[in-house]
Design a protein around this ligand. Structure first.
Ligand code: GRG
Length: 418
């Protein structure tokens, strides 16, 4: 039998045509309507300064297998989230208290996405708290800052503060994003702009951002302040790149990866680096922390973009196919375009006409776009795991456990369904 199972999605296109997504045993995905043979294709992309070749086959992925990152240290005895569960609930309480505002309407707007039940996956704080423990290794002599050294407890509190700041910046960006996208849901509930209007949603985002700035300033570490200030610039740059892209930029993998770094990976990568800097770690260790976050963030967004095609709107908390319907061209479609250059003309026409959405999906179904995007996500997940494996050795069981959890997260990111 050609197809192993019918996917979760069974969709009626806007134009009225019915779409079924099949998962095939060979991991090709196919939107039902065509079974055309697939053509090998190869393209070279420049991603964030390094040239990489993405080919139909995998050897081009710099020797990184697309299979699960196998190594002795990746045996996971505990769910990564449960390892930091106590600290995550402290963080939830602290976030609630940090967004208390003088004006009641602003307070209720600002705490909207911090309420129990709509707190999101807490993916970023989990990574950062695990990273804090993973880097809990002695710092070489020249890096010790002398009498000003903070106690272990104080250091942990400062690193927890980075996790809180990161989550506040993240939620602020979600609030602004929903206004820009005119979204009516977020995390399965009405978006703040939908419930309270655009003006209050923008102000609530600004308020969260300002509270994050206050907390950041309190750390009195200018390097960390400038890292996170840069992140906010990147968020705005990435969003603007997406909003203003020309049709040539829309079809460029390099542009897409740069935008993806700005919109998603910069926050987690620079926050990971901040965790290392606060611990007084060496530049090399800080860079490995950054590389872990960068590659994890890229893998995370690539999967998000795949799930926008393959997931259900219930599990994503937003309408499926929302990217393409908003004219946002992501990795699966970019890879499909390499196999079917005719797609360029469809993209150029835009997706206001639902028939164009259906046509693009038809090409995507015939292509290896979903599979190649998945392979790229896997490559970045493996690079993230490799960064953890390159950290200085430690015999401390907590450190090792957190590192295994960070490696485990790289695999969870690429196997997640929501
Ligand atoms: C106000 C800082 C600020 C920025 C304004 C609008 C904008 C500029 C940037 C948008 C950035 C953005 C929303 C990027 C998408 C990032 C992303 C992958 C969000 C989804 O993250 P999840 O799945 O969400 O972790 P949960 O709900 O689980 O927290």
């Amino acid at each position: 039998m050609l197809f192993s199972r019918i996917s979760r999605i069974q969709r009626t296109g806007i134009s009225g045509c019915r779409w079924f997504l099949f998962h095939r045993p060979d991991h090709h995905h196919q939107f039902f309507r065509s079974e055309n043979p697939l053509h090998p294709t190869e393209s070279t992309q420049k991603v964030l300064g390094c040239r990489e070749t993405f080919s139909r086959d995998l050897p081009a992925l710099h020797g990184f297998s697309h299979n699960i990152h196998h190594q002795s240290s990746s045996i996971v005895e505990q769910d990564p989230f449960s390892l930091v569960a106590d600290e995550l609930s402290l963080l939830a309480n602290r976030l609630q208290s940090m967004v208390v505002a003088e004006v009641p309407k602003l307070a209720s707007a600002a705490e909207y996405l911090f309420k129990m039940g709509v707190e999101g996956k807490r993916f970023r704080p989990t990574v950062l708290l695990l990273m804090a423990t993973a880097l809990n290794v002695s710092v070489p002599e020249p890096y010790l800052s002398g009498p000003g050294d903070v106690s272990t407890k104080e250091l942990r509190a400062r690193q927890q503060s980075i996790a809180e700041i990161t989550e506040m910046i993240h939620v602020a960006s979600l609030l602004h994003d929903d206004v820009l996208d005119d979204a009516d849901t977020r995390r399965g509930i009405g978006s703040l702009n939908f419930v309270m209007g655009n003006k209050l949603a923008v102000l609530a985002g600004d308020f969260l951002l300002s509270r994050a700035c206050v907390a950041l300033a309190a750390l009195k570490n200018t390097e960390v302040v400038s890292l996170l200030a840069k992140v906010v610039e990147h968020l705005v740059t990435g969003e603007t790149m997406q909003m203003t892209s020309t049709s040539q930029q829309c079809c460029s993998m390099e542009y897409y990866m740069q935008k993806t770094y700005y919109k998603t990976a910069s926050l987690i990568s620079n926050s990971c680096k901040a965790i290392a800097l606060l611990a007084g770690q060496t530049a090399e260790v800080a860079m490995l922390a950054y590389e872990y976050g960068r590659n994890l963030g890229l893998a995370f967004q690539l999967m998000d973009d795949i799930l926008d095609f393959t997931g259900t709107s219930a599990s994503l908390g937003k309408g499926s196919l929302s990217d393409i319907r908003h004219g946002i061209i992501t990795a699966p479609m970019l890879f499909a375009m390499e196999e079917f250059p005719q797609l360029h003309a469809v993209v150029d026409q835009g997706f206001d006409d639902p028939a164009n959405v259906d046509l693009a999906l038809e090409y995507l179904g015939k292509s290896r776009g979903i599979q190649r995007a998945r392979e790229l996500a896997t490559k970045h997940a493996n690079l993230a795991a490799a960064a953890i494996d390159s950290l200085p050795e430690s015999n401390d069981e907590d450190v090792r456990k957190s590192r295994r959890a960070l490696v485990d997260l790289t695999q969870r990111v690429i196997t997640r369904t929501k």
